[in-house]
Write a protein that binds this ligand. Structure first.
Ligand SMILES: *Cc1c(COP(=O)(O)O)cnc(C)c1O
Length: 396
């Protein structure tokens, strides 16, 4: 098993100092070193021939290492500014493999509005294995500090959170975690490294559902992780190889293809999302709008300190469950679906989709009301999207 991360293309060395949009295209694996081909070949092979039994090949078996997956793993490490990247079969595979760094008896402090699948993993699976979690409001450092126990091993952050886009101060929480000798882990799915690079702010492990903005086309399920240090990289490599939660070569290639346009897609969708959020906030029939780019958004200043943009997800409350369902059935452009971060806009209904399994009272406490809709803004013309939403809001 090759334990050291290494690119199969032109070495990324010398490109680290380039600006982000340049790194998206020139990440090290953009040209095949053997042939000069303009994209990384798909190495559709499970095993690799030993030309000389005394000199094992760099790659020996695709669970342990595959050149196409390696190019993707190096790519995300460059983008996040971390030491080593990892690609998994889904976002949940990245998250669950990372949690396998912990042992029975360990305790983790987790943001209370964590992604539903992560909540299920912690409360339905890892709890049976003796890994405990306390869920806290991470907008408050005092609540985080109050949850500390002698057996606490990590803090798990999501910012902005889903679907009400609450903001956690990354540097403050990661700094405190370091003082307490805890690992800090951050799910960066909503912002992507285009807008937010948590390792630069002291976070130890960054996670992604690459199914969302990184892939960007609603056609591949994948997860990514980046570790800040070599020693953490070695520990996570052991987990990835031991658990076998790897991403296949075809999907690794497809994900890299999507990632090359991340910057162009994020910038376009964000400018549209900004327009949509302001349009919604001026309507008297919308009860609340959640978007970090709005002046009224709680935590906006913290967000601006740690992120270079506001993203492409806008949540808003239309007042009632009946009205939300009328809107969902009347829109003609967005996909009505779970998921987000794609070229096509996606309208989700958290109360009946992502948060359906949460008791109604808990849901309401977290601001996930029956009238709340989540709009992931895609690449359509924003004036068409707004006109479509307007006709849907005006349905009786
Ligand atoms: C979708 C999502 C996940 C899970 O990713 P999958 O690719 O669906 O397994 C984790 N975190 C966040 C924030 C997500 O949106």
């Amino acid at each position: 098993m090759s334990d050291q991360g290494s690119s199969n293309g032109r070495p990324g060395a010398g490109k680290e100092d380039k600006r982000f949009d340049t790194k998206l295209i020139h990440f090290g694996g953009e040209v095949d070193s053997a042939t000069g081909a303009s994209s990384v070949p798909i190495y559709q092979a499970s095993t690799f021939h030993h030309h000389d039994i005394y000199e094992p090949p760099q790659y020996d078996y695709s669970r342990s290492g595959n050149p196409t997956r390696q190019a993707l793993e190096d790519y995300i490490a460059v983008l996040e500014g971390g030491h080593r990247g990892f690609a998994f079969s889904s976002g949940m595979a990245a998250i669950s493999t990372t949690f396998m760094l912990f042992s029975a008896g360990d305790h983790i402090i987790v943001t209370e509005d964590v992604y539903g699948g992560t909540y299920r993993l912690l409360t339905g699976i890892l709890n049976r294995m003796g890994i405990e979690a306390t869920f806290v409001d991470m907008t408050s450092i005092d609540e985080i500090k109050a949850a500390l126990r002698p057996n606490t091993k990590a803090v798990y952050i999501e910012t902005p959170s889903n679907p009400t886009l609450k903001i956690t101060d990354i540097a403050e929480v990661a700094g405190w975690a370091r003082e307490q000798e805890l690992l800090s882990i951050l799910d960066n799915t909503f912002m992507t490294p285009y807008y937010q690079r948590p390792i630069e702010q002291g976070v130890d492990i960054v996670l992604h559902s690459a199914t969302k903005f990184l892939g960007g086309h609603s056609d591949v399920l994948a997860g990514l992780a980046v570790t800040a240090t070599e020693s953490l990289g070695r520990r996570l490599k052991y987990m990835q190889n031991g658990l076998g939660t790897v991403l296949g070569a075809q999907d690794s290639w497809l994900l890299m293809r999507g990632m090359k346009t991340l910057g162009a897609r994020m910038a376009y969708s964000e400018s549209s999302a900004n327009k949509l959020a302001h349009w919604l906030s001026e309507r008297s029939d919308i009860y609340s709008v959640f978007y970090p780019g709005l002046a009224s958004h709680p935590g906006r200043e913290v967000h601006e300190k740690q992120s270079s943009g506001y993203g492409a997800v806008v949540s808003f409350d239309v007042g009632s469950g009946e009205r939300a369902k009328r809107v969902l059935n009347a829109v003609k452009l967005p996909l009505v679906a779970v998921s987000l971060g794609a070229v096509e806009s996606i309208l989700s209904y958290p109360a009946m989709m992502s948060h359906a399994s949460m008791p109604r009272e808990v849901r309401h406490e977290r601001g996930i009301t029956d009238g709340l809709l989540r709009f992931s803004v895609g690449l359509e013309d924003i004036d068409d999207l707004i006109a479509d939403l307007q006709q849907a809001l005006e349905q009786e």
